[in-house]
Design a protein around this ligand. Structure first.
Ligand code: HPA
Length: 275
């Protein structure tokens, strides 16, 4: 067995012991300011990342750094309250480690969420966006290195990265709830700087609708492992240079606070209808 496979199994065995007979079906990766969703989980079993063997520890503000297992709208979920970002200095295998642990736990579907800057000028801060596709602008790829066939293929197909049926479900759910839901292309940048206005113009010209500093690595690993992925961005601000104001992390957190209710009801209703 490879070292990484052993590390994943050690982490997942530790979790299995803590959660008893629960078998989570859906993984939730909760972005900046969106971790509150995990507070809605019934009979939660919380496991701090720092207790899980081989897990990195989250450092960024607004991220609690724990897994929450339990029932959300009738489904057993594993929610990550806080994720690991490349800009924090974690190597890509650390950033994506939790996704492989989810897969080892038997999870086949993940909902990946984030706060993102709006690149599409039609968007407004507070909009929610289903990720229809992404552009990997990290300048690297979490699958670089020897490929373990036990995880997935050497050259994974990325033509339908974000599940079309889950995107449809998201749009139907938003319509039923009377919520506005955008759809677009998420560009993943390393950060931690926000973009320059010139970079934002470039991203728009390249077909990006939203930009953030996460998601792409985890989604690549999830797809490599054959998991179905739904991505939802909360447009927390317009990207640099669109409005005449500087960007600040506090604004990102404030906007996600404001749209929390919509975000929660959208994701919970999607979860309840996933099969
Ligand atoms: N750029 C990159 N990442 C972000 C932004 C942004 O404008 N807003 C929230 N995350």
């Amino acid at each position: 067995m490879t070292v990484i496979k052993q590390e994943i199994q050690d982490a997942s065995s530790f979790i299995e012991e803590k959660i008893g007979g629960l078998s989570p079906e859906i993984g939730l990766i909760l972005g900046s300011g969106l971790g509150v969703l995990a507070d809605e989980i019934k009979n939660p079993i919380r496991i701090s990342y720092s207790d899980i063997p081989n897990f990195p520890v989250s450092t960024v503000e607004g991220h609690a750094g724990q897994f929450v297992f339990g029932e959300l709208n009738g489904k057993m979920v594993a929610a990550m309250q806080g994720r690991f970002h490349f800009y924090e200095g974690y190597a890509m295998d650390k950033v994506t480690f939790p996704v492989r642990v989810m897969k080892e736990l038997g999870i086949e579907k993940v909902i990946v969420t984030n706060a993102a800057g709006g690149v599409n000028k039609e968007f407004e801060p507070g909009d929610l966006m289903v990720i229809a596709d992404h552009i990997n602008n990290f300048g690297t790829n979490p699958l670089i290195g020897p490929n373990s066939n036990e995880f997935g293929p050497r050259f994974p197909d990325m033509s339908t990265t974000y599940s079309e049926s889950l995107q449809t479900l998201a749009h139907e759910t938003a319509r039923d709830l009377g919520l506005k839901l955008q759809s677009g292309v998420y560009v993943g940048n390393t950060g931690p700087t926000y973009e320059t206005p010139a970079e934002v113009r470039m991203l728009r010209a390249l077909g990006g609708d939203a930009v953030g500093m996460s998601t792409v690595p985890e989604v690549i690993i999830a797809r490599h492992a054959g998991m179905a992925v739904l991505g939802i961005s909360c447009i927390s601000n317009m990207a640099a240079g669109i409005l005449d104001q500087p960007l600040h992390h506090d604004e990102v957190i404030e906007t996600t606070e404001k749209v929390k209710a919509n975000f929660l009801s959208l994701v919970k209703n999607i979860v309840s209808k996933m099969n």
